[in-house]
Design a protein around this ligand. Structure first.
Ligand SMILES: [Cu+2]
Length: 154
């Protein structure tokens, strides 16, 4: 009985290890490219609101306002542009910092201005990968913590 349980435990561990080894992980080394985003700003949202690029990419954001003057501040990079209605403005920079950065409107444009937000994702979302890693760690932990208890039950 005990031996059978051991075999099951090792099988589960083996399968988990295989999953860790072969889980698709986005390639780390990507050739930097030029990325262009046309972002429409309208009270009180950006479209698109989430910009995803790779580290090292040259990012150009064309901000176009369709109603009042709006701004776009890129947190972490400390860059800002404003766009008058009908007069798009462009901002070009190298995405040399990895991570998730807040985009927000830099011009007080109305009641919901503080909620005019977006996101710049540079590179792989590490939180997501860590979450997967933690899930496996927890799984293995449960297996090893349960073992002594299971044996004392017999
Ligand atoms: Cu605003």
């Amino acid at each position: 009985m005990n031996k059978k349980r051991r075999v099951v435990q090792w099988s589960v561990l083996g399968i988990a290890a295989l999953m860790v080894a072969f889980a698709p992980i986005p390639s780390v080394s990507t050739t930097p490219t030029e990325r262009f985003f046309h972002v429409d700003a309208e009270s009180f949202a950006y479209s698109p609101a989430i910009l995803t690029v790779n580290p090292g990419d040259q990012v150009t954001i064309e901000l176009a306002s369709t109603d009042v003057v709006h701004g776009l501040y890129v947190g972490g990079y400390d860059l800002s542009i404003t766009a008058d209605p009908g007069q798009p403005t462009t901002l070009t920079f190298i995405a040399d910092k990895s991570g998730t950065f807040r985009l927000r409107c830099s011009v007080s444009c109305g009641a919901l201005h503080p909620f005019m937000l977006g996101k710049l994702q540079v590179g792989t979302n590490l939180l997501f990968l860590r979450g997967i890693g933690l899930t496996f760690a927890a799984l293995l932990g449960v297996l090893f913590i349960r073992k002594p208890l299971a044996e004392s039950e017999n």
